[in-house]
Design a protein around this ligand. Structure first.
Ligand SMILES: Nc1ncnc2c1ncn2[C@@H]1O[C@H](COP(=O)(O)OP(=O)(O)OP(=O)(O)O)[C@@H](O)[C@H]1O
Ligand SMILES: [Mg+2]
Length: 473
């Protein structure tokens, strides 16, 4: 068996030698070049498991090599060596397709970690069986063009160390996408740690992220690892990253740039090897504009952007997702009546796939004979299409004109003289008013109120939930 071959491109003889010695000790074959022209010649002659290039070379920039390799030798991972303090160069290189970078002075342990993960990457292409199988539950489902493009993008970027920023409305699959990136990466046998940045009390944040030493503060009775140590070798998802307080943003930026963290109460830093993914349903750039999110951290996190399109923009996926969700939720075979599917296709899903899951879960409780009918779906009126609302309004106005129905009694219930701007909203208002009255008449006894209204207790409960009617404080 031949050893993997690595190409080193650097004009500093000393550094080149140090890299060579270290990599030869790892049992690798090394070629080294002192300029771009020599590197190009080597690339034509051999296939490399990794190319490691300096940024500034006598006949050009390392970034040119990154671009050429990304375009012509797609299966060859390339990493750059950046000068001390030039964090921007690292971001530029990652954007151009480098899978990772090392900063000067080059730490030998970091070099070894990087080379090992590069070798895992190039192994993948030769022997796909080496790859840990991704369980179906982890995959983002959907056949829409948008979803297929997204999966292809994930497969590409999974190989790289570049930070990924995932955006998308709530429930659109951001966390699932992050898990998918991890599962397809060379880090899949190491931990995936998801942190909800909005859920950690500010005072505990540093300790939670970086760990602490025994005695660092009252209650610190033992040394403890933080999220970074827990995710070492793997992937750290910073979920709802826009919620990070500014003070923590500074510390996080440092940790990401230096790839080192210091436990609270510790005197030394420790190296960490963590791929960072961030996610938010907010517009981070707006947060930068408002001054609630640091621009430098934004720039660091947003090296590769991944956007999850809202479900309403990928109608092709709805039937498939619905069937998959139903199969997961119920052991009995259930199907969607054609009219129910039509209603879902017309719905705008403010809560995206998670809302679809909730709608179907509720519908299952109502469905008879293994078929979900339109009536079993409880869709939020405000998010069903205008066209339907207008058609219904026309119908009911015509009916009203014919029967000259006048609803008397309460002021809220007599306002049928005018055509409401939105019939569904208007009907919701009316329904809300009636339910409130029934509830107040029965001192909020829901069983009696349901009887009074001629509906089941369960129906009343769902209507109250939908209309946001709560018990008095
Ligand atoms: N394409 C998809 N295929 C299958 N399941 C999906 C898909 N997208 C989302 N889901 C499911 O929808 C639910 C919500 O997904 P996820 O938690 O990833 O969304 P999110 O964007 O992180 O939401 P939030 O903004 O609320 O945190 C999960 O149960 C997830 O499994
Ligand atoms: Mg989420």
């Amino acid at each position: 068996m031949t050893s993997p071959r690595i190409l080193i491109v650097d004009d500093e003889a000393d550094l080149r030698e140090l890299l060579e010695i270290t990599l030869v000790k790892m049992g690798l074959d090394i070629d080294s070049a002192s300029d771009l022209a020599t590197a190009r010649d080597y690339l034509k002659q051999h296939e490399y498991a990794l190319v490691l290039t300096d940024m500034r070379l006598p006949d050009g920039l390392g970034i040119e090599l990154v671009q050429e390799i990304t375009a012509q030798y797609k299966n060859t991972p390339v990493a750059v060596i950046t000068a001390f303090g030039s964090a921007d160069n690292a971001v530029v290189a990652l954007k151009a397709g480098a899978f990772d970078y090392l900063s000067k002075p080059v730490g030998l342990e970091q070099l070894r970690v990087m080379v090992r993960s590069a070798l895992r990457i190039s192994q993948f292409d030769e022997q796909p069986s080496v790859k840990v199988a991704v369980t179906p539950a982890l995959r983002l489902m959907g056949q829409s063009a948008a979803m297929q493009a997204l999966r292809a993008q994930i497969a590409r970027l999974a190989r790289s160390m570049a930070p990924v920023a995932i955006s998308g409305e709530s429930g659109s699959g951001k966390e699932l996408a992050a898990r998918d990136i991890h599962a397809q990466s060379g880090r899949s046998d190491k931990p995936f740690v998801a942190v909800n940045c909005g859920a950690i009390p500010e005072a505990l944040m540093e300790a939670e992220f970086f760990g602490y030493r025994k005695g660092a503060f009252t209650g610190a009775v033992d040394d403890r690892d933080g999220f970074f140590q827990a995710a070492n070798g793997g992937t750290l998802l910073l979920d709802e990253v826009a919620d990070l307080p500014l003070a923590m943003q500074v510390k996080l930026l440092r940790a990401i740039q230096e790839r080192r963290v210091r436990k609270v109460g510790a005197t030394v830093e420790e190296p960490v090897d963590v791929r960072i993914i961030s996610a938010t349903h907010q517009n981070l750039l707006d947060c930068v504009g408002r001054g609630t999110f640091r621009q430098d951290l934004y720039y660091r996190l947003n090296v590769i952007e991944l956007n999850l399109p809202p479900l309403r923009e990928r109608l092709d996926d709805i039937a498939l997702l619905a069937q998959a969700i139903l199969t997961r939720l119920d052991t009995e075979p259930v199907s969607l009546a054609p009219a129910a599917l039509d209603a879902l296709l017309d719905y705008s899903f403010p809560g995206n796939v998670r809302e679809l899951e909730n709608i179907l879960e509720r519908a299952l409780a109502f469905a008879n004979d293994g078929v979900i009918e339109v009536g079993d779906l409880v869709l939020k009126a405000a998010y069903t299409p205008k066209t339907v609302a207008v058609a219904e309004a026309e119908q009911s106005v015509a009916a009203l004109a014919e029967s000259k129905v006048v609803v008397q009694d309460a002021p809220a219930l007599t306002a049928i003289n005018d055509i409401p701007g939105s019939l569904p909203d208007h009907l919701d208002d009316v329904e809300r008013e009636i339910i409130r009255r029934a509830l107040s008449k029965t001192q909020f006894n829901r069983t009696q109120a349901a009887e009074l209204l001629g509906i089941s207790f369960r129906q009343l409960r769902y209507r109250m939930q939908r209309l946001d009617i709560n018990a008095p404080e």
